[in-house]
Design a protein around this ligand. Structure first.
Ligand code: ADP
Ligand code: MG
Length: 251
């Protein structure tokens, strides 16, 4: 579903991703863990082409993202239409929920479908109802974001991500902004989506969740993949001092 090959990215002179290669298979849950500032968000944003990258390639469903080869085999920026076409199947859920405060829960989910996908309003609202039901918010359609708990707000964020029927959902620390007692309900929703076979990449500091839900875990440090493998292996037998230390501070 996703193939990243030799991806490198710089911010000015500062290299934040070093030759990253990874794959995500269909219906797989990949968790990315690593210290703050190690490049997790940047990697996720490259996979969604919210960031461009200087070297390497990202393929989603076999299609190159962001760049293409010209007739002479040189790497050139792809057309906006092609980029948009590849990105269409990818949703992202952020740490901050980014809900519109002046729109109801239903409208927060339906509105992007009307504006971006040009769906008729009735159809958009039907879809919004369906995905809000899926995240357990069928009773909150008319509420406004400030009437919801943080966990409920993030579930609206997840519903919004689901509404486009994505092939892939990228989660960037979806529970980091939540009070501890609200983390569980959001992870539960994400776990249910995993059980339904959605393909997802989850950047998280919730090691218990990663251990339970991830098919594979990638540990990234200083912009490079240090280790990857099934959670049982990584968490029980870290193969590097850096991961062992990281786990000690987080678990
Ligand atoms: P993580 O998500 O693992 O905490 P990030 O991907 O956010 O890490 O950041 C990786 C590195 O890139 C950090 O050193 C950070 O300071 C730097 N960085 C992130 N975004 C930008 C930006 N827009 N401009 C310059 N540097 C950035
Ligand atoms: Mg981050």
């Amino acid at each position: 579903m996703v193939v990243v090959r030799n991806l490198s990215k710089w911010y000015g002179a500062h290299q934040v991703l070093h030759n990253v290669s990874m794959e995500v298979n269909r219906s797989e849950v990949l968790c990315i863990i690593g210290p703050s500032g190690s490049g997790k968000s940047t990697l996720l944003r490259c996979v969604n082409f919210l960031e461009d990258f200087a070297e390497g390639e990202v393929r989603v469903g076999g299609r190159l993202l962001g760049y293409r080869e010209d007739l002479k085999g040189r790497r050139v920026p792809d057309s906006r239409e092609n980029v948009a076409r590849v990105r269409r199947g990818i949703s992202m859920v952020f740490q901050q929920f980014n809900l519109w405060p002046h729109l109801s829960v239903l409208e927060n989910v339906a509105q992007p479908l009307v504006v971006v996908q040009r769906k008729p309003r009735a159809e958009a609202e039907a879809k919004a109802r369906q995905v809000l039901d899926r995240v357990g918010l069928a009773a909150k359609l008319d509420a406004y974001p400030n009437q919801l708990s943080g966990g409920q707000q993030q579930r609206v964020g997840i519903a919004r991500a689901l509404a486009i029927d994505p092939e892939l959902i990228l989660f960037d620390e979806p529970t980091s902004a939540l009070d501890p007692e609200l983390v569980g309900e959001v992870l539960q929703v994400i776990k249910r989506l995993a059980d339904d076979g959605l393909t997802m990449v989850v950047v998280t500091h919730e090691m218990g969740f990663a251990a339970q839900v991830a098919d594979r875990v990638i540990f990234i440090d200083h912009g490079a993949i240090v280790e990857q493998g099934p959670p049982q292996t990584l968490f029980r037998n870290p193969g590097s001092e850096r991961l062992a230390q990281f786990l000690e501070t987080w678990v």
